[in-house]
Unconditional design. Structure first.
Length: 277
């Protein structure tokens, strides 16, 4: 027994050392990410200051770097161009939105999950209202900045479309199957609702309860598109729950459904059966 204990002790020590090393790496990674975001924001602030005072066309990358107190090569480690510099948070916000989708509870309606995901974008703007309002003014005046913003919005839309499509059988293409179309339209509707509320808030100088306005807009999207997108997620290795089996017997309509079937799907199946009976 003494021999066994003497052999197991190094294993325990090694395990603790590995855990400590992992923790240190995680802390270092978090610190590096924070420093990276801090530098990106400082460069963005310098770019916006120069765009506002000198004009977009007259401002150079060298001037942005000098104003931020860094070398030109540092600028290009963070941004590929000067128009990209005034959107320092989109990459990180896209990552956070994707994380919301990845850890969504199994019972949550996928459209509700998408709405929660895009709220991360609104949080980015609402965190610095004055900066967001000034950035909005610049993007309206400079076509190149506007194009960059449109490209950023398209990335969110693609993310949400892929997520909604994952709740459909993408291989099941046949006449009458509008699921892929519905997924794209619903994702576009969520993004459009967000952008509508955001623009209205920015035009008001960043004043007002933007979260309440966004929730109202999402409720409209959910009411319009929610019933056509299956609620919940199919667990790995299990078959999706059939919403309902409906048959008519004379003037009587009989419906049989699983207890875990989404209510809106059951109701839709019954309504369709009533129309065709």
């Amino acid at each position: 027994m003494k021999y066994v204990r003497s052999m197991s002790q190094p294993a325990k020590t090694s395990s603790r050392a590995a855990a400590a090393s992992d923790a240190q790496e995680s802390t270092a990674g978090t610190k590096a990410a924070a420093q990276r975001l801090k530098m990106r924001r400082e460069l963005a602030a310098a770019a916006m200051e120069l765009f506002a005072t000198k004009g977009y066309e007259a401002t150079t990358v060298d001037e942005i770097a000098a104003t931020a107190g860094v070398a030109r090569r540092t600028f290009f480690r963070h941004f590929r161009s000067k128009e990209e510099a005034i959107f320092p948070d989109h990459d990180d916000t896209l990552t956070r939105a994707e994380a919301v989708l990845d850890v969504a509870p199994a019972h949550e309606h996928p459209l509700d999950t998408v709405c929660r995901g895009i709220k991360e974008v609104m949080k980015m703007y609402a965190a610095s209202p004055a900066v967001s309002v000034e950035r909005y003014r610049l993007t309206r005046e400079v076509p190149a900045l506007r194009e960059r913003e449109i490209a950023s919005v398209a990335r969110y839309e693609r993310l949400f479309t892929r997520y909604l499509l994952a709740h459909f059988d993408e291989q099941d293409h046949h006449d009458g199957n509008d699921d892929p179309l519905l997924a794209e339209v619903a994702a576009s509707a969520v993004v459009t609702a967000h952008n509508h509320v955001l623009r209205r808030w920015l035009r008001a100088g960043g004043q007002g309860d933007v979260e309440a306005q966004l929730d109202h807009a999402f409720s409209i999207v959910r009411k319009t598109f929610g019933s056509g997108i299956g609620a919940g997620r199919t667990l790995t290795g299990t078959a999706p729950a059939a919403p309902a089996a409906v048959r008519t017997q004379g003037e009587v309509l009989v419906a049989v459904a699983r207890t875990d079937a989404p209510l809106d799907e059951v109701m839709r199946t019954i309504e369709e059966a009533l129309r065709t009976a």
